[in-house]
Design a protein around this ligand. Structure first.
Ligand code: SF4
Length: 507
């Protein structure tokens, strides 16, 4: 019997479940590079280069391991898949369960001459069933409880009695330092494109001309092989891990990466497995005597947040994609698609960084981009789709929970206990963006007023009855109630002016 194994573009790991259970001497592997993906989503050019180059390199790695591999470049994967099955007499097709729900549905719609044999996905620490078993008894799910359970279950950062190292589960309070003057992080490890990547860049450049994809495919410096991804992990542990904690929430112009790990693109492609990353961080971080707050902080991102959002994506189910708690419906202003031109220095700085590499770190995403979306009442589905297309590590499973739940509270609190709304004051405290901005972060009314200020108070006022009921919002709602009526009216008028300006150039 000839078994065919179709390896998807985010399953690039030799230990992935469909490959792990098969015999390289009899099975035949397929990788499909289909340009039809950009008809549904105009992805950032760097993201296409990353995924396709990593797929091509993975095919070469598989061949070197003795697998028979067919790598097909096609316009449509549906016809290419059917032809491949027929041409090679494939009798059973094995696919590791895709992480993104839509992909399985798309495969199931294909007119294939044989059934697909789905193999349970092993790219995460928590299977969907294990997450469901954990979540079932709770009325209200919280990441912190899930994270503690993960620490115990996988034996991470525990002392001999099974208690958290250092006596605390979470040291986040120590990890929120604002940037100091001239703050700069170590140089990241980047790579020059080899001949394979250069060929992909050429293809993506041609597609960009035809389809107007965002971002620029060059210079492209991301890792595209497991070997390179492991080198990024080594480099992070050696040069960035000791400094990661204190400034992980800081934002500095000209310093897009600071001490961030830059591992998410490789974890999400399968080039690295989360368990190996966590174990290396723990072992080597403890050996290097890295401050526990920083070590715990980075491990929480992977063992806690990443696993949690993946688990929730499947736990919440399909309907979650359409949640819109605040009934927000403003279209995205044109500067989102153009990746610049808003006139707000914070937004334009982050847009510029995304344009160059498809990357921005978690606080830029949450407290600048998503915060703006929340305050300005942008359509949450349009915003989520934008995040998915623009970010080098963006996938459906990542962005639904992160943007809809954490970013804009569109799920009404199923994920976060309060909306992450902040005025310009937060951005001023945590970045150096406000210096040199044409808006004044100290003003909340008038033409020079920082739009984050007027939008913030306007947001609170628009949703006052509901937000008053959230005890975590108590303090700010009290401040709102103390604002003189005329001042609130002036703030709301400034917010309306900004929204009109944004809408005038909306897509
Ligand atoms: Fe952003 Fe307001 Fe600061 Fe300008 S003043 S950078 S708009 S927060």
């Amino acid at each position: 019997m000839t078994i065919g194994i179709w390896v998807l573009g985010d399953q690039l790991n030799l230990q992935q479940a469909a490959l792990a259970g098969a015999d390289p001497t009899t099975a035949r592997v397929l990788l499909l590079e289909s340009s039809s993906v950009i008809e549904r989503r105009a992805y950032h050019a760097q993201k296409l280069v990353l995924v396709w180059s990593a797929m091509r390199h993975f095919a070469a790695d598989l061949r070197a391991q003795g697998w028979t591999v067919d790598y097909l470049q096609t316009e449509r994967f549906s016809s290419a898949l059917g032809e491949w099955v027929e041409q090679h007499g494939i009798q059973e097709l094995h696919v590791m369960e895709p992480v993104d729900r839509g992909f399985r549905a798309a495969i199931e719609r294909l007119p294939l001459p044989l059934p697909v044999h789905w193999i349970a996905n092993n790219a995460f620490l928590w299977s969907r069933e294990a997450f469901a078993a954990w979540a079932t008894p709770y009325k209200q799910l919280r990441m912190e409880l899930f994270y503690r359970e993960g620490r115990k279950r996988f034996g991470v950062l525990l002392d001999e009695d099974g208690e958290p190292l250092g006596g605390q589960w979470n040291y986040d309070q120590e990890n929120r330092k604002p940037p100091t003057k001239g703050l700069s992080g170590p140089e990241p490890l980047w790579f020059e494109p080899d001949a394979t990547t250069a060929a992909v860049i050429e293809k993506v450049s041609a597609l960009q001309e035809r389809h107007g994809l965002p971002g620029s495919p060059e210079p492209f410096r991301w890792a595209v092989t497991r070997e390179q991804a492991l080198a990024v992990l080594d480099h992070f542990i050696a040069t960035r891990l000791p400094g990661f904690g204190p400034f992980q929430d800081a934002m500095v112009s000209g310093e897009p990466t600071l001490w961030h790990a830059l591992l998410s693109p490789y974890l999400n492609l399968g080039l690295l497995h989360p368990l190996e990353v966590i174990q290396r961080l723990e072992t080597e971080g403890l050996a290097q005597q890295v401050p526990l707050a920083g070590l715990e902080g980075v491990i929480r991102q992977i063992l806690g947040w990443r696993e949690y959002t993946h688990g929730l994506y499947h736990w919440f189910g399909e309907d979650y994609a359409s949640v819109n708690h605040f009934e927000a419906n403003a279209p995205l202003p044109s500067w989102f698609e153009a990746l610049g031109g808003s006139g707000l220095r914070c937004l334009d700085t982050v847009f510029g960084e995304i344009k160059a590499t498809g990357y921005a770190h978690h606080i830029q995403r949450l407290m600048v981009l998503a915060n703006y979306g929340l305050l300005a009442g942008l359509d949450p589905q349009a915003l989520t789709a934008w995040f998915h297309r623009m970010f080098i590590d963006g996938y459906d499973w990542v962005m639904l929970t992160n943007v809809l739940g954490m970013g804009v509270f569109a799920d009404g609190g199923r994920l976060a206990s309060k909306p992450y709304a902040a005025s310009g004051n937060y951005i001023k405290r945590m970045s150096n963006y406000c210096k040199g901005c044409s808006y004044d972060v100290k003003q909340r009314t008038g033409p020079k007023a920082c739009p984050f200020n007027s939008l913030y108070w306007d947001f609170l006022a628009r949703h006052e009855p509901e937000l008053k009921r959230n005890h975590r919002m108590g303090l700010v709602m009290k401040q709102l109630s103390k604002l003189p009526e005329e001042e609130l009216a002036a703030i709301r008028s400034s917010a309306a002016n900004h929204r009109a300006l944004a809408a005038a150039g909306s897509n």
